[in-house]
Structures are given as structure tokens and as C-alpha cells.
Unconditional design. Sequence first.
Length: 334
Amino acid sequence: MSSREDAPRDEELMRQVAEGSAQALGLLYRRFARLIFGMAVQTLDRAAAEDLVQDVFLAVWRNASRFDPERGTVRAWVLQIAHFRLLNELRRRSRQPEIAPDPDGLVLGGIPAHEPGPTEAAWLEHRRAVLKSALDELPPSQREALSLAFLDDFTHEQVAAELGLPLGTAKTRIRAGLQKLRAALGPQWAALVALCLLAALGIRYRSEHATLARYDRALSMVTASDSVNLRLAPGPGTPEETHARYRGRPGVAIALVTFSKFPPAPAGKTYQAWVRHGATWTSLGTAQPDAGGSARLIAESSALSVLPDGLEVTLEPLAGSAAPTGRVVVASVP
């Protein structure tokens, strides 16, 4: 592992992030996340401060190409983003809703509850605290490996390179850390661990709509020693930086697909991911990338228990297609 003196400069890391390097973003995260969290936690609760840190680095990822070293340092630029995000959050919290007459409760009764009530919120906060305590109890080597694998979305190979370890050792630390978390928290907390760690990969859903057991299956697949990580390269007419990754495991009927640097889909179109076994194509679902060109899919199908012969993402009608008929955006290399 290189020394601090040999480490890349912040400006060089920003250039790499602008080119799509998740590893460079991870290095910037480790340099500035604690500073941003310390600033946010002075006015927000711990959970909200942690969310703000994630939002800041998502903004860094999306806007890295806009950074101009002639106008200031990376540190100042990142802190400015954090400052604006914090002000926006405080303004949002200070807004008071307008009160409309509803003596019979008819309007209120027709509105679905999207936020947890006081009891659920207290329970969620308790679960966060328990998980944080369990993470802190892990040996530093396992905690660091898990952080790289989930917070920075490193592959097993990248974790090994970053920590200067043999690949087998890196995989062992990740698995051992996850197993200790599950043992410490008990079966009733296993799905929570999956939800929190997959949320660090950007897979965020409101708790009332989450199927936590599904997340746990996806997490087990991603962290298994025999899981595969396949890259889908851009096809003709697709920007060079556009790519996707497919994570699967032999014998396991679940897959994770991540989209990176995808341009907005044309009007009336959506991106649809596919796997091929022989001559048969199976849809993994559709996705509309965010402003940064990122999207993620978790798919479950018995067909996924066998590693695919081919992978591709195509442009299809908004409702999706029964078979890939549109232009191939990215595909696995034969």
C-alpha cells in the first residue's frame, strides 16, 4: 500500500472521478467524509448527518467534471457542496405545512403514510445504533475491508490491491466481517445488515416498501467467494465512459446490475437489462438512470442460477419488451 507522500493529489483524484473511477471517489471519501460528518452532526442528528455525507459524495460523483482547479481546491469545493446541502436540509426542516380544514378526517384518511410514525422512527433509530455498535466491535482489518467493499463499491480484487493483500485474504476478511455482524446481531437483524450495506451501494428504498430478506440474499451473493463481477462495455454509438456491471453467483437465483455514466434515455424509451442462456433471453428489468447516469437493479429468477452466456442492456419502449429488440447500449465482451 502506498504512503501518503505517494498518494495521488486531490486534483488528480477529481480528474479520475470525472472519468468514472469509483476507486478515486472512494479515496476522496476517506479523505473528506469525516470532516463533512463532523460539520453536519453539529446541527443534525447522527443518522441525518450520515445521509448528508452520502448525498454530498453522490453530488461529487455526478458533478466531478465541473470542478475547476483554477477556482479553488478540491477541499473547498467539496465543503461548499456540503455547506449548501446542509443549509437546504435545515431550510426544509424549518418549513411548516399549511393546515387545511378536515374536521371529519376524510382528506387525512386518504393520504398514504410514507414516513414512519414516532414509534417506528424510534425503533429505526434503535436499530441504527445497534448496527453501529456491532460494526465498531469488528476487528479493524475486517471493518476496513467491509468499508471498501460496500461504501466504496470496490470489487474483491480492488479491495486486495488497496490493502496490499492477497485476493484470498481480502475475501476472507469481507466474509468473516459479515459473518460476525450476523452472529452479533442475531437472525432478526440479518436483513437489516443487508439493507444498510446495500444502501451504501446506492440501493435505497423507503423502509415500508423494502423486502429485507431479498436484500439479504443479494448481499450474500455479492460477498460470496465464488461470485462473479462482469463488465458490460459500450456498443456502437454509446459514449466510451458508459458501462454496466453484472454480479451473479453459480447456483444462486439472484443478480445485481449497476449502470454507470448512462446518458438519459430518449423520450418514450427506457433501458432494459438482459441475460442470455443459449438462444434464450431473460429480462432483468428496466431502469431510468439518475442525473449522474447511475441506476441499479436487483433481479431474481431461476434462470440466474446459471451464469449467463451473454449480457446486454438495450433501449426499449417505456413499458419494457418481452425480448431485446432495441439498440444495444452496452454488452458483455464475447
